[in-house]
Ligand binder design. Structure first.
Ligand SMILES: [Zn+2]
Length: 422
């Protein structure tokens, strides 16, 4: 579909990433914070992560791109290839990893973005927008989760810093190590009018592409995540002397609900998931009927309507199961992240790019969290996936064939050029 650019722009349609340079960068980066088993251990704002960022800065400067760092620590390569005052199209991902994670998650997207921008600079091309390859701070949530992208998009909530996932001490230490301040994080916000969009290449972390025999996945949206703590409350009693029918056993309500949640999602909510990830029994002894069981409930849905319906259905079911076993139900809402649809223009640009490159693509929503969520309410957002062998991720077993990495980088490059011309 080279004709999308018009005959004057055959040059744009012919651009491809430099595979040797891309691969050399990938191998070098994989060695920073390497865990010795094929994976990496680069926790956000830890020593290995900061070393990876220092290396990225060198690569950006070596490519004659403008290096930028903002008050949230986001590192980027900027290319002023648009007219003065034009908005910037962000391409990016993250260099931090989960503990003992894989070397592709995030790293591939950052290096593909850098490579795409290097190629555009070398071709001396002008676009309607500027380009910026960005590495966001703490996508994985060692400290807060999607910290850098939320700060840049202006959706970072002060409460998120008060009781962060990794604890206050870790957040304070991490910010200090990177020379950042808590207040400064909020100054990283950019005017939405300055953002043309955000596009990201990532590994799939699932099996759908391999099962479909497809080269590229075009993400239709990122699932919303909602979480509750539910407590089923009955009465602790002697487990030997209390007849079965006289018990108010909180474990029965919690267990029945867990099984019912699975049946409910399987039957009525295709493309959604629910998880009971923790159950705490009180008093918690062999010989006492459980008086209280607290469970951690999380569920995800690809669109707002299903997200709301699933929430209602699960809570309704919890009340029913509590009633069935003569229990009280306490409901504590812990917070949610709404579903984030990708932009149609981005999906079309990626589909056009994949077709032009002769690659088979399929479209689907993803259940994993990504930085793109931060931008859903701010500017157009798009995302593509390349296949993960065995679906493995967040593990040293994580692997994507090199050919697929190159395909993904070329779809990112060509997709970005098409998106820029919309
Ligand atoms: Zn990731």
């Amino acid at each position: 579909m080279a004709d999308e650019f018009g005959p004057m722009n055959e040059k744009l349609a012919a651009l491809r990433v430099n595979t040797e340079r891309f691969r050399a960068d990938f191998e070098t980066l994989s060695g920073i914070g390497a865990s010795g088993d094929g994976g990496v251990h680069r926790l956000a704002l830890g020593e290995a992560h900061l070393a990876a960022r220092a290396w990225l800065r060198e690569r950006i400067e070596a490519a004659d791109l403008e290096f930028r760092i903002d008050n949230a620590g986001n590192h980027s390569a900027f290319l002023a290839c648009g007219p003065q005052g034009a908005p910037t199209l962000l391409l990016g991902s993250h260099l931090d990893s989960v503990p003992h994670g894989g070397r592709f998650d995030g790293a591939l997207g950052v290096l593909a973005a850098l490579e795409a921008i290097r190629v555009v600079r070398e071709a001396k091309i002008s676009l309607p927008v500027h380009l910026e390859a960005i590495d966001f701070t703490d996508e994985e949530g060692t400290l807060v989760g999607m910290l850098g992208s939320a700060a840049l998009a202006g959706v970072l909530q002060p409460e998120a810093l008060q009781d962060p996932r990794g604890g206050r001490a870790a957040l304070e230490a991490g910010l200090a190590r990177a020379g950042l301040t808590e207040q400064g994080l909020f100054d990283a916000r950019r005017d939405p009018a300055s953002l043309a969009g955000y596009l990201e290449l990532h590994i799939e972390q699932g099996l759908r592409l391999l099962q479909a025999g497809a080269d590229v996945g075009i993400v239709t949206g990122i699932a919303g995540i909602n979480s509750y703590r539910l407590a089923f409350v009955g009465r602790p009693d002697h487990a030997g002397t209390t007849p079965m029918r006289d018990r108010r056993d909180a474990a029965l309500g919690a267990s029945a609900f867990t099984l019912a949640a699975r049946e409910l999602v399987l039957r009525d909510f295709p493309a959604c998931v629910a998880n009971v990830g923790e159950m705490r029994f009180t008093p918690g002894a062999f010989n006492i009927v459980p008086g209280r069981v607290e469970l951690a409930l999380e569920f995800r849905a690809p669109d707002a309507e299903k997200f709301r319906r699933l929430e209602r259905a699960l809570l309704e079911r919890a009340r029913e199961e509590a009633g069935r076993f003569d229990l009280e139900l306490e409901i504590e809402w812990l917070g949610k992240c709404d579903p984030a649809p990708t932009s149609q223009a981005a999906r079309r640009a990626f589909a056009g790019a994949a077709a032009a490159l002769g690659l088979k693509h399929v479209s689907f929503a993803t259940g994993a969290g990504h930085d793109g969520q931060s931008f859903a309410s701010v500017c157009p957002m798009g995302m593509i996936f390349v296949p993960s062998v065995d679906g493995a991720s967040h593990s040293p077993r994580e692997f994507t064939r090199w050919e697929d990495c190159v395909n993904g980088a070329n779809v990112l490059l060509q997709g970005a050029l098409r998106f820029a011309h919309v």
